[in-house]
Design a protein around this ligand. Structure first.
Ligand code: NAI
Length: 342
């Protein structure tokens, strides 16, 4: 059986714990994957390497696919985010985060099914900041027409392929008339010219967040710029059980890097209690991506098998603590592996 070589970046904090658990599950599912481990961020520094080693970037460029654990970014000082650097340097312009209700996980809503599509290379999230004079600092929000057109196209194309009905653009173009206004104008034009069958809904982000918590089932695909996407993704995670259950993909024209929405969770790192499900769900997305882009149906089969196995595990009430269960990271992985067997 042909195998796909995937760059694995374990990350730091809970990263190595959840990546180990996911690797075990994938091996049990006989996923047609082999791993090539590389480092970034704190784990690269610990090995005496650059914070984002060239060899890590080169490996992703070469193999075109990576699975990444979370990487810590120091707060208020220190090196620039590895996550932002990876996305920008590899031009992974579309962040895709499906947010769905999970079997066996009780939340306020039991039928959430939406997808956050986030522009991943521009905006305030780029962290382009300057000190103008002592005591006066600024942060630059950049939007280019090329990037707005590219992400709007991506979102409408995705909605069409997935048979989704509506793309809602969260924006603040009443205040940021030029930058957010540009994304809005591009999305509207692309909708009218090329995707008239998909409903287009512009929504000011503050009211959009209120509507999300009141009734998330009214949303389908949400499109927004980088910083809003970062914040809204976590809000949406809260609607379906938390950060332990929301996967993600960073997709460009050449490469794709799959990672959970959550971070390195320093508060629980090393305790063996992190939920590996979000990363496992990210590998399900990765296997489907491999099936789509490399026409490998074996990947699609394994992805379906994994999805069934974790859904059944959760329906059995076997859950990690963040979801109200009692299992640790490895115990949850064991339970999924048991389900894969039979
Ligand atoms: P976080 O996502 O790491 O944690 C937020 C809360 O959710 C914590 O209470 C944590 O224990 C919990 N949590 C997160 N993932 C979990 C899991 N798999 N299972 C159970 N509980 C989980 O966000 P925080 O604390 O704001 O960020 C910590 C570090 O992670 C920061 O340095 C941040 O920059 C970085 N980060 C990295 C990301 C990435 O590599 N893509 C994404 C988000 C944050």
């Amino acid at each position: 059986m042909p195998t796909h070589r995937v760059v694995l970046i374990p990350g730091d904090g809970i990263g190595p714990e959840v990546t180990n658990a996911v690797k075990r599950i994938l091996a049990a599912a006989q996923a047609p994957l082999t791993w090539e481990e590389h480092h970034a961020g704190l784990s690269a520094i610990a090995q005496g390497k650059d914070v984002l080693p060239d060899e890590t970037l080169e490996a992703i460029v070469h193999h075109r696919i990576a699975l990444k654990g979370p990487c810590t970014t120091p707060v208020g000082q220190g090196f620039a985010s590895i996550n932002v650097q990876l996305r920008k340097r590899l031009n992974l312009y579309a962040a895709v985060r499906p947010v769905r209700s999970i079997p066996g996980v009780k939340t306020r809503y039991d039928n959430v099914d939406l997808v956050v599509v986030r522009e991943n290379t521009e905006g305030l999230y780029s962290g382009v900041e300057n000190e103008i004079i002592p005591g006066l600092v600024m942060s630059m929000k950049v939007a280019s027409e090329a990037a707005c057109v590219r992400i709007a196209h991506w979102a409408f194309r995705y909605a069409t392929k997935r048979k989704r009905k509506k793309v809602t653009v969260f924006h603040k173009a009443n205040i940021m008339k030029m930058t957010d206004g540009l994304l809005l104008r591009c999305a509207q034009r692309i909708n009218e010219d090329e995707y008239p069958n998909i409903e287009y809904q512009p929504l000011i982000i503050d009211a959009g967040c209120m509507k999300l918590v009141q009734d998330p089932t009214q949303f389908d695909v949400l499109l927004m710029e980088n910083l809003y996407g970062d914040v809204v993704s976590d809000l949406c995670a809260g609607l379906v059980g938390g950060l332990g259950v929301v996967p993600g993909a960073n997709i460009g024209d050449e490469q794709a890097v799959f990672e959970a929405v959550h971070g390195s969770a320093p508060d629980i790192a090393g305790k063996g209690i992190a939920n590996p499900l979000a990363l496992l769900m990210s590998t399900v997305m990765m296997l489907n991506h491999l099936a789509d882009t490399r026409h490998d149906e074996a990947c699609r089969k394994v992805s379906a098998k994994l999805k069934d196995a974790y859904n059944l595990t959760l329906s059995d009430g076997k859950k990690t603590r963040d979801l109200g269960g009692e299992l640790g990271t490895e115990q949850f992985a064991d339970a999924v592996i048991e389900r894969l067997k039979g």
